[in-house]
Design a protein around this ligand. Sequence first.
Ligand code: TYM
Length: 334
Amino acid sequence: MSRPRVLSGIQPTADSFHLGNYLGALRQWVAMQDSCDAFYCVVDLHAITVPQDPAVLRRRTRVAAAQLFGAGLDPDRCTVFVQSHVPEHVELAWVLGCLTGFGEASRMVQFKDKSAKAGPDTASVGLFTYPILQAADILLYQTDQVPVGEDQRQHLELTRDLAQRFNHRFGETFVIPRPYILPGVAKIADLQDPTIKMSKSSSSPQGIVDVLEDPAAIRRKIGRAVTDAGTEVRADEEAKPGITNLLRIYSALTGEAVASLEQRYAGAGYGTLKKDLADVVVNALAPVRERTEKMLADTDHLDRLLAQGASRARQVAGVTMAAVRDRVGLLPPS
Ligand code: TYM
């Protein structure tokens, strides 16, 4: 039996990924590279849906790719590429856009959030059609599973709807993809406001732990994480969102169940938990940072790996796109 096909993407919109990206997505990507036929892309075309400085975007795209390898993706076991290197993504996005209702696209909550932040006159049409490009990313590879965090669920639903609609209208063409969302890590919270997700656009850098951050800063941020009234180390999403978040991060990084951590830290207090968690996080991220730095020290090598990834991706994307052109009735050039 052939291995399930996996695709996921990440935006190069910061100088480092954060712990939410790492636990909610990247670790699953690494795990799936052996059990699945996996494609992972740095989605630079998604990054330009909000204003970007060209030099910064180029740098961040390399830093993002280097972190993917640094996190443990192996170019011999999976395909890592930059989205804009495979022009079929944009071509399929156009076709899918022509099947998407205006009202349907208007219901995407991420667009509503982001455009509210940008202001109604500054939000671009690209930001509006962002989820359609994401659907194209996924459907081009006949993807079975998409490892993502909770915030991507609605985009995955749109992707499934578009695939079904296309298949219904033009004949079986696309695999209908399923989201792969791990409950314990699907929504890592901000350390300063544990009621919201950790996010690059979060208001305070104190709430975010970056993958490439230096250990002293990581320790400081975890030490100052907002916790809840009381002293009891117990997971309770409603009453104790701060401690719950710290326990989830601890559990995800060590494999020890939250219930076991609760027992072990019963009576120890928040301070001890935070100190130990800081060690756990620093030790988990140190090798990722070291490998990333090594990758970035030889950008020619990094660029070669990305070129090789793009060429593998294009082989798959090209086959799907040829079928799409044919089904839709686009006249082939003679
Ligand atoms: P992006 O770049 O915002 O985030 C990358 C991945 O990290 C997950 N994530 C989180 N998981 C848990 N807790 C958090 N606090 C947290 N913050 C982020 C995201 O869910 C995501 O899986 N639209 C996508 C990129 C994309 C994509 C795709 C994803 C483009 N094309 C195709 C899958 C398939 C995004 O902006 O992710």
